[in-house]
Design a protein around this ligand. Structure first.
Ligand code: CAA
Length: 260
C-alpha cells in the first residue's frame, strides 16, 4: 500500500495522508519523494481547489524526519535529504491552491516544519508541536528555522529551537502558530467544513492572493537561505553529538552529548 494516500473529499477538497502509522508517519526519503510527486500533480489538477495534509492513525500528524533512516546518512546525503524536505515544504507553501495542515497528534521536528509550510494550521485538542532536533544533536532541516522566525519572531523561534520543548494545541494557538483548535471527535469534520467553504469561493481570486502574499513575504530570497540550512544540517552529521543523539533515540535511552 502506498505511503501517501490521495483522497477526493468532495467539493474540490483533496486530502493527502501520510500513511506510516507504525512509525508515527515519520518522513523518509521515499515518502518525501512520493509526497512531492502527489502535490506537484494536485497543483496542476483543475478539479483540486484546496489541499489538506494529514497523518494516518490515531497518534500522529508527522513525528518528524525518519531518525532511523537519517542515522546512516553521511554529510552530503544529509544535505540532500534536507533539500528534498525543502522541496516538499516549498511546494506546500507556494503551490497555487490553498494548503491546510490538519494536525490531530504529534507534529514534531519535520512535522511542525511541514505544518508551518502550509497556508495555515488547524489542530485538534490532542495536537502536540515542537522542534526537538537539538535533543538528537541536530537542528531543523526542512526550512523550519526561517519559517518559524517569520511566523513567531526571532526570539520565540530561538526559544523553541534551543529548548526543543513540546507544546500543545492551545499553546500553539496563543502563540499564533495554529488558527483554530477543535475537539478531537469532530476534528476532521470541522476541517472538512472549513476546507469546503474555502473551495466554494473564487479560486481565481484566492490563487492570485496567495501568489502575491508569497511574493511579498520573500524579499530576501527564500531559496538561498533554506539551502544554507541544508548545508549546515548536513554538516551536523559529521559530529559525535548527532551520531550519539540518533543512536540514543533508537536505543530508547538518554543521549550523552559532548561537554567541550
Ligand atoms: N523517526 C523514526 N521512527 C520514529 C520517529 C521518527 N521521527 N518517531 C517515532 N518513531 C517510531 C518509534 O521508533 C517507534 O518504533 P518502534 O515501535 O519500532 O520502536 C514507533 O514510531 C512508535 O513510537 P514510540 O514508541 O516512540 O511512541 P511514543 O508514544 O512512546 O512516543 C513520540 C511518541 C514522543 C513522538 C516519540 O516517538 C518521539 O520522540 N519521536 C521522535 C520525535 C522527533 O525527535 N522528531 C524530530 C526528528 S528529526 C527531524 O525532524 C529533522 C528535520 O527537521 C529534518
Amino acid at each position: 500500500m502506498s505511503e501517501v494516500l490521495v483522497r477526493d473529499g468532495g467539493s474540490g477538497v483533496t486530502w493527502v495522508e501520510i500513511n506510516r502509522p507504525e512509525a508515527l508517519n515519520a518522513l523518509n526519503a521515499s515518502v518525501l519523494n512520493e509526497l512531492y510527486l502527489a502535490l506537484h500533480r494536485l497543483a496542476r489538477d483543475p478539479a483540486v481547489r484546496v489541499v489538506v495534509l494529514r497523518g494516518a492513525g490515531e497518534k500522529a500528524f508527522i513525528a518528524g524526519a525518519d531518525i532511523k533512516e537519517m542515522s546512516s546518512l553521511k554529510r552530503p546525503e544529509a544535505s540532500d535529504f534536507s533539500r528534498l524536505g525543502h522541496s516538499v515544504a516549498t511546494l506546500l507553501e507556494s503551490m497555487p491552491k490553498p494548503t491546510i495542515a490538519a494536525v490531530h497528534g504529534f507534529a514534531l521536528g519535520g512535522g511542525t516544519e511541514m505544518a508551518i509550510a502550509c497556508d495555515f494550521i488547524l489542530a485538534s485538542e490532542k495536537a502536540i508541536f515542537g522542534l526537538p532536533e537539538v535533543s538528537l544533536g541536530l537542528m531543523p532541516g526542512f526550512g523550519g528555522m526561517l519559517r518559524l522566525q517569520k511566523l513567531l519572531g526571532v526570539s520565540r523561534a530561538k526559544e523553541l529551537i534551543f529548548t526543543g520543548a513540546k507544546f500543545n494545541a492551545e499553546e500553539a494557538r496563543v502563540m499564533g502558530l495554529v488558527r483554530q483548535v477543535y475537539p478531537q471527535v469532530s476534528f476532521f469534520d470541522e476541517v472538512s467544513k472549513l476546507a469546503s467553504q474555502i473551495a466554494g469561493l473564487s479560486m481565481t481570486a484566492i490563487m492570485e492572493a496567495k501568489a502575491l502574499i508569497q511574493e511579498f513575504s520573500e524579499p530576501g530570497g527564500l531559496h538561498s537561505k533554506v539551502d544554507a540550512e541544508a548545508l549546515h544540517f548536513g554538516a551536523l552529521f559529521d559530529t559525535k553529538d548527532a551520531q550519539e543523539g540518533m543512536i540514543a533515540f533508537m536505543e530508547k535511552r538518554k543521549p550523552e552529548f559532548e561537554r567541550t
